[in-house]
Design a protein around this ligand. Structure first.
Ligand code: NAD
Ligand code: MG
Length: 400
């Protein structure tokens, strides 16, 4: 029986992970569930799953949860704050940790799991984008195994040979005959919209993704294609890819989840329904396969599969992230931080949809222009993240 801690248990990935466990009750049990502050959802999950621990980042939410659980005789122990999150992700009893907190708050709890040498099911791409080489090196140093959950990276992982799969972060794509990685994305809900109309996009319009059901932040990132930009950076780190080995391709139907093109002309693609339970299940069971609850593709019911190059005028965030990727760690930490702030301000109706890219660009160039830039430690990156966030907040207030 494998014991799992789910960071971000009340979210979309958390829900899909629990569904995979439900399909495989003899193989996996829930050790701990962790989330930010949603007491009612966490209470329901604790009643159903009876985990040993529940962790809430918000201390008052943790107290409320503890009371509700005590009142209903559920024995789950409640821990709180960052310390509580790190405790449940590094506990000796835990075999694997689903890293599915959204954004930068996921970094330290995920790092705690890395330092404890756990199997890391990595959904929280922002953590890797923020910390890059530190994350990869820490996984190697502490013997943690990273399994990509992001559907594209999970697809790419499946299209690569075992020698690459077992050497993530350090693998040599050239030596493995890889010509390039084709990172596919649907293009989001505004793929065919008039570019001039994008400044009027509302949060409701932006989070209505045509193919995938996801949390609000990643849904907005999909609409701006910042998500594909973050994934470009994620792919660089996971697959040790050179700039010319990474290409982004729009594939509106989301049937192919990414591809690897080899030097001999072969292209290997991974396909499936757009349902995160497929990559989640593989990350939990690798190198084996388990049922995930996802229905098989019915090929005779599929419409055409089409592909097009992304139009960078429509998706300026994608170009910014690609530029940041090979500029350096300071640029990727900065753009990730700026984007978290600008997307939140957009969701709170303080910014226009098109302001997201403007803020992200302004913050990135401000950070790149700083005379002293320390990226030599995780602490200095967290400091840089704070500075970028502060710039983004100031700029958001100016524009709102
Ligand atoms: P979501 O908004 O549905 O859920 C986010 C979860 O994070 C919630 O459980 C929330 O309580 C928790 N959280 C937020 N702030 C926290 C904090 N400070 N401390 C502790 N927990 C906190 O998001 P999601 O769609 O499930 O995405 C989660 C992560 O997975 C993101 O990084 C996203 O990019 C990545 N991802 C998601 C999908 C998807 O299909 N949803 C696909 C690929 C990657
Ligand atoms: Mg993805």
């Amino acid at each position: 029986m494998q014991k799992i801690t789910i960071l971000g248990a009340t979210g979309s990935i958390g829900e899909s992970t629990l569904s995979v466990i439900e399909h495989n009750p003899e193989q996996f049990s829930v050790y701990a569930l962790a989330a930010a502050s949603n007491v009612d959802k966490m209470y329901q999950l604790c009643v159903k799953w009876q985990p040993e621990y529940a962790a809430m980042a918000d201390v008052s939410a943790a107290l409320l949860l503890e009371k509700k659980l005590n009142d209903s005789n559920v024995t789950t122990r409640v821990v709180a704050g960052l310390e509580g999150l790190c405790e449940v992700s590094s506990a000796d009893a835990v075999d694997m940790v689903m890293a599915a907190i959204v954004g930068s708050p996921g970094l330290l709890p995920t790092m705690a799991a890395v330092k404890a040498g756990k199997r890391i099911l990595l959904a929280n791409k922002e953590a890797l984008v923020m910390s890059g080489q530190f994350f990869i090196d820490a996984a190697k140093h502490y013997g943690a195994q990273i399994l990509p959950v992001d559907s594209e990276h999970n697809a790419i992982f499946q299209c690569l040979s075992q020698s690459v799969q077992t050497d993530l972060g350090y693998c040599d794509l050239d030596a493995n005959g890889v010509h390039s990685i084709l990172l596919t994305g649907s293009g989001g809900p505004f793929r065919y919209s008039d570019i001039a109309s994008l400044s009027d996009v509302t949060p409701e319009m932006a989070i209505a993704h045509p193919n995938w059901s996801m949390g609000p932040k990643i849904s907005v990132d999909s609409a701006t294609m910042m998500n594909k930009g973050l994934e470009f950076i994620e792919a660089k780190w996971l697959f040790n890819a050179k700039q010319e080995q990474l290409k982004v391709l729009i594939h509106p139907q989301s049937v192919i989840h990414s591809m690897v093109q080899y030097n001999d002309g072969s292209v290997i693609a991974q396909m499936g329904e757009p349902d995160m339970r497929t990559p989640i299940a593989l990350s939990m069971s690798y190198p084996n396969r388990i049922p995930s609850g996802v229905k098989p593709i019915n090929f005779t019911q599929l419409n055409e599969l089409t592909f097009l190059a992304p139009d960078m005028a429509r998706y300026p965030c994608l170009q910014l992230a690609i530029d940041a990727c090979y500029t350096g760690q300071h640029a990727t930490t900065a753009i990730n931080a700026a984007n978290e702030v600008s997307v939140e301000a957009f969701l709170n109706r303080q910014l226009k949809f098109t302001d997201i890219a403007l803020i992200n660009e302004a913050v990135m160039s401000k950070v790149c222009g700083l005379s002293t830039l320390d990226t030599q430690s995780l602490e200095s990156l967290l400091e840089l993240d704070k500075i970028a966030r502060q710039y983004a907040r100031e700029l958001s207030i100016e524009r709102s």
